[in-house]
Design a protein around this ligand. Structure first.
Ligand SMILES: [Fe+2]
Ligand SMILES: [Fe+2]
Length: 158
């Protein structure tokens, strides 16, 4: 195994968290469809797809590094929210937790002098800045007096 056992364990736990985020965002896309907010549906569908890609990135890395990989059950996700703002605020909260997890993993990798694992984590730390920024901006627009259609003009991601 080319990475530390400690980091391999945490990355395995993160796989399920990425799939969970994928489910949550898919549920949010369904909620937005019910509100006839097609732009938001597309946005959350793309977020869902991205989270799946994050999971795959970890799965491939673990395999290539010769570490054990476990694919655990993923919980179901809500398709109803009190408001679009609630969905976006929950997304931001979740992304912040994910950022914390990656920072903890980076610390563990450093403690184990796991340079390979530490290097792998850098991409995710950068990605999390982007993710938190998108949801923080959307939340700010929704909390303002602008309407959600105007919020669609924010370029969340192509
Ligand atoms: Fe992710
Ligand atoms: Fe994310």
């Amino acid at each position: 195994m080319m990475i530390s056992e400690a980091l391999a364990g945490l990355l395995n736990q993160q796989i399920v968290q990425e799939f969970r985020a994928s489910q949550v965002y898919l549920g949010m896309s369904v909620y937005c469809t019910g509100l006839n907010l097609d732009g938001w549906t597309g946005f959350f569908e793309r977020q869902s797809q991205e989270e799946r890609e994050h999971a795959l990135k970890i799965v491939r890395f673990l395999s290539e590094a010769g570490a054990p990989v476990s694919i655990e059950a993923v919980p179901g996700a809500a398709t109803r929210y009190g408001s679009l703002l609630e969905a976006v605020s929950k997304s931001l909260e979740y992304e912040r937790k994910v950022s914390d997890s990656f920072r903890i993993m980076a610390k563990v990798a450093q403690e184990h002098h796991d340079h390979t694992g530490y290097g792998f984590l850098q991409w995710f730390l950068g990605e999390q800045i982007e993710e938190e920024n998108i949801f923080a901006r959307l939340e700010a627009v929704l909390e303002s007096s602008l309407n959600p259609f105007q919020a669609e003009t924010l370029p969340p991601k192509e």
